[in-house]
Design a binder for this molecule. Structure first.
Ligand code: ADP
Ligand code: MG
Length: 679
């Protein structure tokens, strides 16, 4: 039996597979497969008018083709136009068929960049097609599409042309478009596939052309619709309401050695109110490193517990989960809360006992890593799950939390500040609370950029700081290519520092240590049995040792901005002046230089994240490879803020009053690609 083609014209299975790689599964996808750029094939330039550096098309006849072997094997073709002027053509990669093709007297058109070669002007690897003087020239710019191996431009062009032969219905009413000052969909799409000659190429290529703006808007609208409907769906599902009873929360606030900051109090109020709703909460608590998210999360747990339900507190690493447990459980136990700790480093029997107590409802609050909670165990009555350092998991991870029995409320926390536009687009299905100020009494971290050549001075500084009663971190370089090498480097650094700083107590922590070894080192550092902690980037998230006021980061030029900001956030937690020394190795790449400049000049995590977005684009910032969210192809969150805001408003109106339009629009843009599932 032959499967029905999702295209309106025959497409072989082999071709369909290639198209699928580009996300093209039906006519409508081809229609939206827009060119990367365009080439001007509408004119032929006489060879004598060619200028080096220019991209041009010539019409010429082959005079001679031969294979040369020096300086390397290549095919050289000498061609001449009707005026008799000669141009050299060179192919460094070629097949025997090429030699047969370029028979003397045959006529071709070549398009490529002109170079001043050793023997006069030439083109290297031009595109070419057989064409005589009388072969008509196109009267439109030629689109160049994003493609994949084995799928040529010509084939792709033909397919797109076929898909374009049907009329394109607009998904949005004309009055709306007029109000938004956007052109029609059909006009926009046809213009981009086949721009008329008078179209300014630079405007098209910069994507500021109204036709691009229309597509960017539609894409953003689809994203907003899909997220907003996921959110509506969630708000129609039931969950156990957990209203504030002040039985535990008030007591906890009373035992804290500090008052909540205004920003913490505001975030806490939002969360507390949300937990009282009879629908599952999905709230993201954002706050820069050190802004004090943990106590707010603890309060949320207490509100669940005072309603007779259980809470889970999850962290991405064992170090961090353990730290939360150690810090919070004494405070909470004093209030009568039964805490438990589930860890990969526990003995089997111990872990089983912990799970058993959780399942029997004898535990109110369980701490552990995300991984653990996803793989095993069940709670007697889980009311709230706190997910710390959510950004470590990419956006999509938030979809994957267990849902057993009643649906738990979720509080996600992130210290990777997300710029407003990103939050508005990719997190539109979540509610967001922001802690936008640090607790008082923090002295800002002083950042120093120091060339690796001055490592000796830095060592002296570390010695001095530790002998004066302080503590320090020494962060080893990130070696992305090899974990083994990374480990080696950390061990070498440890050995070297131990020799160079014999008067200090030095510890080493890295990702390959067994969880209990890791814990032991961290505990020793916490209790100041260790002065200097040599660490790989495992300490990047969440570790909180206020007495450590000096951090040295080796090969800072290899690290990303978010990572540097996170690392630097490990110091500056107490009242003493903190210093972060970024050791860098010259020469610096352009990007590394730009990053170091940003981290040196800025301390505000949001501003750093905004710069990061500019330097890297949203995909990497969100970790989209695991995210499952469709990335934006046409819209640019920096450039198209106004469009994003308009799309957000229209999505609300659409869902409230025009579900048919919403459905039509979503089908056009998302179609069979998996729509975001509701969380
Ligand atoms: P993060 O938001 O990075 O998770 P933490 O919750 O670890 O930050 O808090 C950082 C430090 O600030 C902790 O030592 C914590 O006890 C302290 N802290 C939290 N809130 C306040 C506050 N309102 N006043 C003073 N210190 C606070
Ligand atoms: Mg934290």
């Amino acid at each position: 039996m032959k499967a029905a083609s999702p295209f309106s014209f025959p497409v072989s299975p082999a071709l369909a597979a290639k198209l699928a790689k580009l996300g093209l599964a039906r006519d409508a996808d081809l229609v939206l497969h827009l060119p990367l750029r365009w080439e001007d094939e509408t004119r032929v330039t006489p060879i004598r008018d060619l200028l080096p550096g220019q991209t041009a098309q010539v019409q010429a006849v082959v005079r001679e083709a031969r294979v040369a072997y020096r300086p390397r094997r290549m095919l050289t073709v000498s061609v001449a136009d009707t005026a008799g002027d000669v141009l050299g053509i060179r192919f460094l990669n070629f097949y025997p068929s090429h030699l047969k093709l370029f028979q003397p007297g045959e006529s071709f058109r070549f398009i490529g960049e002109v170079r001043g070669g050793f023997l006069g002007l030439e083109m290297v690897h031009p595109r070419f097609a057989r064409a005589g003087d009388d072969t008509p020239l196109p009267d439109q710019l030629t689109p160049v599409y994003p493609t994949t191996a084995g799928l040529g431009q010509a084939t792709l062009r033909k397919l797109v042309e076929r898909a374009l032969s049907a009329p394109i219905a607009d998904t949005l009413p004309a009055e709306w478009l007029a109000a938004l000052n956007l052109p029609g969909l059909e006009t926009s799409i046809r213009l981009l596939h086949q721009p008329p000659l008078e179209c300014a190429l630079n405007e098209l290529e910069s994507r500021r052309h109204p036709a691009w703006q229309r597509l960017a808007f539609d894409e953003l609208l689809a994203q907003q619709l899909s997220l907003a409907s996921a959110r509506r769906q969630r708000q129609s599902r039931p969950a156990q309401p957990l209203p504030g009873r002040q039985r535990l929360t008030a007591g906890f606030i009373g035992t804290l050695p500090f008052a909540l900051t205004a920003a913490q109090a505001r975030a806490w109020q939002e969360i507390s109110a949300d937990l009282g709703e009879p629908h599952p909460m999905r709230r993201l608590l954002q706050g820069d490193v050190g802004s004090g998210k943990t106590v707010v999360a603890a309060l949320a747990c207490l509100q669940a517990i005072e309603n007779g339900l259980q809470a889970a507190f999850m962290a991405p690493t064992e170090i961090l989960a353990e730290q939360h447990f150690r810090k919070l459980s004494p405070l909470l136990s004093a209030l009568g809360v039964r805490c438990a700790w589930v860890s990969g480093s526990q003995r089997k029997a111990e872990r089983a006992a912990a799970w058993q107590a959780i399942a029997a409802g004898k535990v109110d609050l369980a701490f552990g890593t995300h991984a653990l909670f996803q793989e095993a165990g069940s709670f007697a009555r889980l009311g709230l799950a706190v997910v710390d350092e959510q950004h470590r998991f990419g956006v999509g991870q938030r979809l994957a939390l267990m849902q057993k029995g009643t649906e738990p409320h979720q509080l996600m926390m992130s210290a990777t500040p997300i710029p407003r536009t990103l939050a508005m687009s990719f997190f539109a299905d979540l509610d967001v609370s922001v802690i936008d100020a640090l607790p008082p009494g923090r002295t800002p971290v002083v950042t120093k950029l120091v060339s690796a050549a001055r490592r000796g001075d830095v060592l002296a500084r570390v010695r001095e700081a530790c002998l004066a009663g302080g503590q320090a971190y020494w962060v080893c370089p990130l070696i992305e290519e090899s974990e083994k090498l990374q480990l080696q480097t950390a061990q070498d650094t440890y050995v070297a520092l131990t020799a160079q700083l014999p008067e200090l107590r030095i510890g080493l922590v890295h990702g390959r240590l067994k969880p209990d070894e890791k814990q032991a080192v961290m505990a020793a550092f916490q209790s100041h049995e260790i002065d200097l902690l040599v660490a790989t980037t495992v300490i990047e998230v969440g570790v909180d040792v206020p007495n450590a006021a000096l951090m040295v980061i080796e090969h800072a030029e290899r690290m990303g901005l978010a990572q540097l900001h996170q690392l630097r956030g490990r110091v500056g937690r107490g009242s003493r002046e903190s210093v972060c020394v970024l050791l860098y190795q010259t020469p610096l790449s352009e990007l590394a230089r730009a990053r170091l400049k940003v981290i040196f000049e800025l301390t505000d995590g949001f501003e750093i994240a905004r710069q990061d977005l500019l330097l890297r684009g949203p995909g990497e910032l969100l970790g989209h490879r695991q995210s499952g969210l469709p990335m934006l192809r046409f819209a640019d969150l920096e450039r198209d803020v106004a469009l994003l805001e308009a799309a957000r408003d229209l999505a609300q109106r659409c869902l409230a009053g025009h579900p048919d339009i919403a459905a039509r629009h979503l089908d056009r843009w998302i179609g069979q690609r998996q729509a975001l599932s509701s969380i």
